[in-house]
Design a protein around this ligand. Sequence first.
Ligand code: COA
Length: 333
Amino acid sequence: MHQQQLIGVAITGSGSALPPVALDNHGVSQLVETSDEWIASRTGIRQRRLADPTTSLVELAVEAAKGAIAMAGIAPTDLDLIVLATSTADDLFGSAGKIQVELGALQAVAFDMTAACSGFVFGLATAAQFIRTGVYRNVLLIGADILSRWVNWTDRGTCILFGDGAGAVVMQAQSSDRLLGFELRTDGTQNSSLNLKFQAEPKKLVEGVTIGQGGYQPITMNGKEVYRFAVNKVPEVLEKAAFHAHINIAEIDWLILHQANQRILDAVAERLNIPPAKVISNLANYGNTSAASIAIALDESVRQGKIQPGDIIAAAGFGAGLSWGAAIFKWGK
Ligand code: COA
């Protein structure tokens, strides 16, 4: 019987965009009772970039996308699909359509997807399905978030952590497969550990018909629970992805974790016996940029010449859902 040949996936370009304005920990300590020393020693974060009120998520996403498209050496009209991983779209109906038009990628179908800080890894796995099955050849995946708009700036347990930004990659069909393996997980029983929730006020329309109208409430988080979850679950999911990829953890050249907290990065690397020199970290400068963080760290490392074509990268995202996932891929064509 004829067996359908699955098509390989390559990640051929990256880009990133960050708002120009930085707020350092001294600035945060003017808002809440905290200090640079406390924040830096508990999280590794020194400053974060924050979008001004006129900056849209689409603008950041388009800038990151342009970098990735140029590096991949394709034209926007070559794109078949645009996936925007975000929790903070400019429009709840989706922002991917505006990105499509601003890039001039008029052939591409475009949609948003939400998996919070796991969004980039979930997006990688989602986009890969379309490529592997031969449906699309050139896919743009963007991870972008402006969480500063949803942070409670009087809550010192959360406002110290987050920053804004966007990162993007171009994924292409090719004969040799560079996406070696992935594993995705969700545990909804822990959903209440990290939320950005809609709160409905009852509004009676007519007798017997009441609807809910309201708005999204600022981020709430049980920091200890999320910390424990990340340190326990991320090594496990990386091991599963490595198993699917048929590689040993020791073969990984670079570990790019979602940039949430340096202590989480260190603990995961230590559990997996990955030396600190292989762990990519830029959270001191940007804080936790949610769906963008892995792609920004990847792009910076590629542009610095740290990550070279053929290097094996293990990426893992984790966060609200709770959700977590890992993908192992070789960089470049
Ligand atoms: N500055 C100074 N003190 C602070 C503080 C801050 N920003 N935030 C909390 N504290 C205080 C608390 O009030 C508490 O004081 P108490 O002992 O007098 O009650 C003490 O520090 C310890 O608080 P706790 O919440 O237990 O701190 P922690 O060691 O768990 O650190 C986080 C808090 C948020 C840094 C940590 O839990 C964390 O990073 N968790 C993971 C969060 C994350 O990455 N989320 C995103 C995932 S996508």
